[in-house]
Design a protein around this ligand. Structure first.
Ligand code: SF4
Length: 367
């Protein structure tokens, strides 16, 4: 049995770590357990079981995900802002993020304290994701520059991180506003590997038609702007991943109804998806990430009109089967989502000879 020490150097048995999180410890070299305990576990807690907690900004990955089914390992997430100005109707973060986007109080100071702790405890390097629940290049960045600040700080402590993954719907801003040099320096690691570049920009672009983009990603950059951003990033030598994520049901929905009969625009025809996949291939995208759309239901806010309509469409699409409820969202039965939505999409990727990864697999593959 491993023994760790809490803040007062009292013996802390590995048995005190919540079993949900123990696999993360068990996958790491024992000499690193103490550093993880010092950085992540609450000190001097009287609780019999301890779970990772970090009240500042460099957090354990996916603090909201069920670790029992989603043990993502030792990796970090920095949500630069709170909420997101892009206001995507399907955003899973809308279930727990504030309705109005804003900045975090004392962000710079708290980030500095977390980075100092990583050094103080000699925590081994791990991937960092920016950001799960907010777009780091939303309009707030122009005003506050906290993403730039975070990237500059990460660069100073580059040895504490393996890979840096940035997820955005605003690649044009990132490509034009003088971030390229920072990206290149972050990508420059001692042992670069083709499978795990030092930095990757994941661009989210699920729609080809502006009519769909305006309904589902109302305040995010246009399709053309995102495509231009991808071209510029690729041209500048920055590794890019395209997230055609989420995937929506396509017409026909039932024997007698199409998507338009639910008062919604067709989100993605197979031709639209093929054009996006071909675009990815032509522009050096490393791979594509996908997942079927979940219908998030916030505990604190009512479902939007669009989500209500989508839920009705989903129910018709799944009939006679029922939708499933999991982790705060409605989902299509797995077999239906796979057969009717995902499989034809994967066939397109195969024909275009570009790898497609389910979003969870994409995360777990990041080292
Ligand atoms: S850009 Fe991402 S975080 Fe922002 S609202 Fe859209 S899905 Fe949510």
């Amino acid at each position: 049995m491993c023994e760790l020490f809490d803040d007062n150097r009292a013996i802390l048995s590995l048995d005190r770590i919540d079993p949900k999180y123990r696999p993360v410890w068990e996958h790491l070299a024992p000499e690193h357990w103490q550093a993880l305990a010092d950085y992540f576990l609450p000190h001097r807690s009287a609780k019999s079981l301890l779970a990772p907690t970090r009240p500042r900004v460099i957090k354990w990955y996916c603090p909201f995900a069920c670790q029992k089914v989603f043990a993502s390992g030792h990796r970090y997430c920095i949500n630069i802002y709170t909420g997101c100005q892009h206001g995507c109707v399907y955003c899973y973060a809308a279930a727990y993020q504030p309705a109005n986007a804003g900045v975090k109080a004392s962000f710079e100071k708290l980030l500095g304290l977390d980075l100092a702790d990583l050094e103080r405890f000699a925590v081994p390097p791990a991937p960092v994701h920016i950001s799960n629940s907010t777009d780091p290049f939303q309009p707030l960045e122009l005003q506050f520059g906290y993403t730039r600040l975070a990237l500059e700080q990460i660069l100073r402590h580059r040895h504490r991180f393996t890979t840096v993954t940035i997820l955005t719907k605003n690649p044009l801003f990132a490509a034009r506003c003088d971030y390229l040099d920072l990206f290149r320096r972050l990508a420059d690691i001692p042992k670069p590997s083709d499978r795990h570049p030092g930095l990757t920009i994941e661009v989210s672009l699920a729609f080809l038609q502006e009519a769909a983009r305006k309904v589902y990603d109302p305040a995010a950059p246009s399709v053309a702007e995102r495509m231009e951003g991808i071209r510029l990033l690729h041209g500048a030598g920055i590794p890019v991943v395209l997230r055609i994520d989420p995937l929506f049901p396509r017409s026909p929905i039932t024997e007698s109804k199409d998507v338009k009969d639910f008062d919604l625009p067709e989100a993605q025809t197979l031709d639209d998806l093929d054009t996006l996949v071909a675009f990815a291939k032509e522009n050096g995208v490393r791979h594509i990430v996908y997942s079927p759309a979940k219908l998030v239901q916030s505990r604190s806010r009512p479902m939007s009109d669009t989500m209500h309509k989508l839920k009705t469409l989903y129910q018709a699409y799944a009939a006679p089967e029922k939708l499933t409820w999991q982790s705060g969202s409605w989902r299509l039965p797995h077999a239906i989502a796979m057969q009717k939505i995902v499989t034809p999409f994967l066939a397109l990727c195969q024909t275009r000879n570009i790898e497609a990864k389910f979003c969870k697999q994409n995360l777990l593959d990041t080292r």
